[in-house]
Write a protein that binds this ligand. Structure first.
Ligand SMILES: NC(=O)c1ccc[n+]([C@@H]2O[C@H](COP(=O)([O-])OP(=O)(O)OC[C@H]3O[C@@H](n4cnc5c(N)ncnc54)[C@H](OP(=O)(O)O)[C@@H]3O)[C@@H](O)[C@H]2O)c1
Length: 365
């Protein structure tokens, strides 16, 4: 007899949730059975947009978790709520899609790890760029030896995040957003770990971090909307520095440099540079020992990570991968424990700002 599809509860009916819903709707093994949010109208709006009729709509996570047939919960609330949401859903025995950033402190993320271990549920964290076609191509080239041994990686998250984002009112504050690197620069940090390893489905671990912060925007009321080209002089201030620059040492000997730049005046950009002892990648351009006599860069026609627009992000790949993991009873290469390490580096950067000293990171507990 055919198994019933896995039932999905979407929690937090904002911008990104629409993409989670679409991805689950397109997966043949899942069905969205409920949506919950702070305001029931938001849950209803998302359901109507997606053409979902007769599903559960809730303004309370506890009641939503008791909805009949929920197997997976997608946590799409603002980051300061992720820990409490994950603890509650894990205790209810649900598999979890967790939006980045996973938590606002190391204590929160270790509590989440313990709850997930205890519940024995599967997790995937939305470092969704790991499914971007350029990322998939680069990872495959690295594994096939196109660059030889990787010794240096640079990745940068450059986006003037501002009031154009529905999540900005929370994320711009120190209390709820913590830092630029945590809110969104964590994508670049995760990318550096991913590309520093030539092993398939594996990211390198960071052993040492040193970081500076700076830029011009902190505390100011001037912001730029790169979608419309409009400036505002009365924006709510960003409470942390917009520029963070990290130097990294990886466990395989490679070095890295990662920056987050919310102060940049230009459209979103996500540059990638990877240097190996047999080749180099700059975004979608390749120079490799595999092309003897090469006289110019080989350009790979593919989808670049070149916009903040969530409709462009490869959530389908992430969700399909996660559903496969649940059905095959295997762990995702982007599960909570894996994402914790990326976040440990972001929190280590905070420590550097306080002490002016590099931070050595310990192996996983
Ligand atoms: N992986 C990626 O590339 C990516 C892209 C974008 C965002 N994100 C992440 O996704 C998360 C959500 O971002 P977003 O852009 O979707 O933000 P958003 O548009 O502000 O949506 C957040 C939703 O959470 C709901 N919410 C707020 N407080 C709540 C509470 N106490 N209980 C229940 N629901 C609550 C709000 O619901 P109401 O409407 O009901 O008030 C809002 O609709 C953030 O962590 C963000 O960093 C990730």
């Amino acid at each position: 007899m055919a198994q019933r599809p896995l039932g999905v509860l979407i929690h937090g009916a904002g911008w990104v949730s629409g993409e989670h819903i679409k991805a689950f709707q397109h997966n043949p093994h899942t069905r969205v059975v409920a949506i919950s949010s702070r305001r029931i109208e938001s849950a209803r709006r998302r359901a109507e947009e997606a053409g979902l009729q007769g599903i559960g709509l809730y303004d309370d996570l506890g009641r939503a978790l008791r909805h009949d047939g929920v197997d997976i919960v997608s946590i799409c609330t603002p980051q300061h709520l992720h820990c409490e949401n994950v603890l509650q859903a894990a205790e209810a025995g649900k598999h979890l899609v967790i939006e980045k950033p996973i938590a606002n402190s190391p204590q929160e993320m270790y509590a989440m790890r313990d709850a997930v271990r205890k519940a024995g549920v599967k997790t995937v964290v939305s470092f969704v760029l790991r499914w971007n076609p350029l990322f998939v191509t680069i990872k495959s080239l690295l594994a096939d030896g196109a660059l030889g041994k990787v010794y240096y990686v640079e990745t940068d998250y450059q986006s003037h995040i501002a009031s154009w984002w529905s999540g900005w009112e929370d994320a711009r504050t120190k209390a709820k957003g913590v830092s630029a690197l945590l809110v969104a620069g964590c994508h670049a940090l995760d990318a550096a770990r991913w590309f520093a390893s030539t092993e398939r489905e594996k990211a390198a671990r960071v052993t040492e971090v040193f970081a500076w912060r700076g830029g011009w925007r902190k505390g100011g009321t001037r912001e730029y909307n790169y979608y419309t080209g409009a400036w505002s002089d009365s924006a709510p201030p960003m409470e942390y520095d917009g520029l963070e620059v990290l130097m990294l040492k990886f466990d395989n000997g490679a070095l890295g440099k990662v920056s987050t730049n919310y102060d940049s005046i230009m459209p979103y950009n996500f540059p990638i540079e990877i240097f190996g002892d047999k080749g180099t990648i700059k975004d979608n351009r390749l120079w490799s020992h595999m092309f003897p006599g090469q006289r110019g860069w080989v350009t790979i026609p593919t989808v670049l990570p070149d916009t903040a627009e969530v409709t462009h992000h490869p959530f389908q790949g992430q969700i399909d991968h996660f559903v496969d993991c649940i059905l095959a009873n295997r762990e995702s290469f982007c599960n909570l424990e894996e994402a914790i390490h990326t976040h440990e580096v972001a929190f280590a950067a905070q420590q550097c700002y306080e002490t002016g000293e590099p931070v050595h990171l310990s192996p996983p507990a």
